[in-house]
Write a protein that binds this ligand. Structure first.
Ligand SMILES: Cc1cc2nc3c(=O)[nH]c(=O)nc-3n(C[C@H](O)[C@H](O)[C@H](O)COP(=O)(O)O)c2cc1C
Length: 306
């Protein structure tokens, strides 16, 4: 619950999705010495504003992260967790985990460099959706604090990442991000990297929500303003190789997330990221709600609470 008695949106995801997944998780996948349950995470409305500011940054200056920002990030890692155990572990340095795409050929294309901090997104097997949600909340918190980040699910060394953070039994590192002050000017390699995956490019709203109606017409009612804001917020979400695998439709009063015909291997994490963006967009338009998981080929439905 939030202070004003509304159901917390983080709690909604936690109870509606994760608890179900936890029930279905194979025995032993839950860490034996997982910390005791914490208050359900609440979303910071400022994260909505961070959505349009965030960009993946791969080169960092040696400027230190201020003590206040470090404190806020540490507090986040202690507070913001989702069952069945998705969490963020923050460590100093850790830059060695970023390998770059062509490391084995002696190059370092796409390598992340120079960040004073590294965060690892950790959880039990099959918790990709929750990892996306928790990891993106961390990324937006860092953005709010004026820091750069970059989701890295492919180009990192899993062994050194696992030794970097203290893993509980059954936990895996799904992705990592550098945290720090990016260099002012993107260097050539970083620019090439951004261009390669069309970083700034996003699919048009009409492509990710083909039946979106801003005004009513031809016998179809307009989509509610909250759903339009939510889809626009999801559109700006980061995704592996910028695939943007999410598709949206309205079903009665609910916003339904499905997926594109062709998705990349990071899609389950990408969906968790987009779910957080949907909630932040809806909340900005004054609507809170709860997620319900749907069977393939759909992902989940966001149902406003009356
Ligand atoms: C789950 C996930 C995994 C990613 N993995 C990598 C990666 O391994 N290496 C990399 O350089 N960028 C990676 N990215 C960053 C994406 O390429 C980037 O988010 C996308 O191109 C959009 O650009 P933007 O973040 O600047 O908006 C990843 C992003 C996500 C969401």
């Amino acid at each position: 619950m939030t202070d004003d008695g509304r159901p917390s949106v983080g709690a909604a995801l936690e109870t509606q999705i994760a608890a179900r997944d936890a029930a279905a998780a194979p025995p032993g996948s839950r860490p034996a010495d997982d910390p005791p349950a914490l208050d359900p995470p609440e979303l910071d409305p400022d994260w909505y504003d961070a959505i349009s500011v965030r960009r993946s940054r791969r080169r960092y200056s040696d400027r230190k992260v201020a003590a206040a920002a470090l404190e806020a990030l540490t507090a986040f890692t202690e507070r913001f967790r989702l069952a069945p155990g998705a969490r963020v572990a923050l460590v100093a340095d850790g830059g060695d985990v970023f390998t770059g795409l062509l490391e084995r050929f002696g190059g370092a294309y796409g390598r992340v460099e120079g960040a004073p901090l590294t965060a690892a997104f950790v959880g039990p097997k099959d918790s990709e959706l929750q990892i996306g949600y928790v990891g993106e909340a961390f990324v937006l918190e860092a953005t709010r604090l004026g820091l750069g980040t970059c989701w890295v699910a492919g180009m990192f060394d899993r062994k050194s990442a696992a030794s970097l953070v203290k893993l509980h039994r059954g936990e895996l590192v799904f992705a990592v991000t550098p945290v720090g002050h990016p260099v002012e000017q993107k260097r050539v390699v970083e620019r090439m990297m951004s261009t390669a995956v069309r970083s700034a490019a996003r699919r048009q709203v009409e492509e990710i929500a083909p039946r979106l109606m801003r005004t009513s017409g031809h016998g179809h009612p307009a989509w509610p303003a909250w759903a339009v804001t939510a889809v626009e917020a999801a559109r700006l979400a980061p995704s592996g190789a910028n695939k943007q695998p999410w598709r949206f439709s309205m079903e009665h009063d609910a916003l339904v997330m499905g997926h594109a015909d062709r998705t990349g291997w990071t899609a389950p994490i990408d969906f968790g990221i987009a779910m957080l963006h949907v909630e932040l967009g809806a909340a900005r338009a004054g609507v809170h709600g709860a997620w319900e998981r749907l069977e393939e080929p759909l992902v989940a439905r966001f149902v406003p609470t009356v």
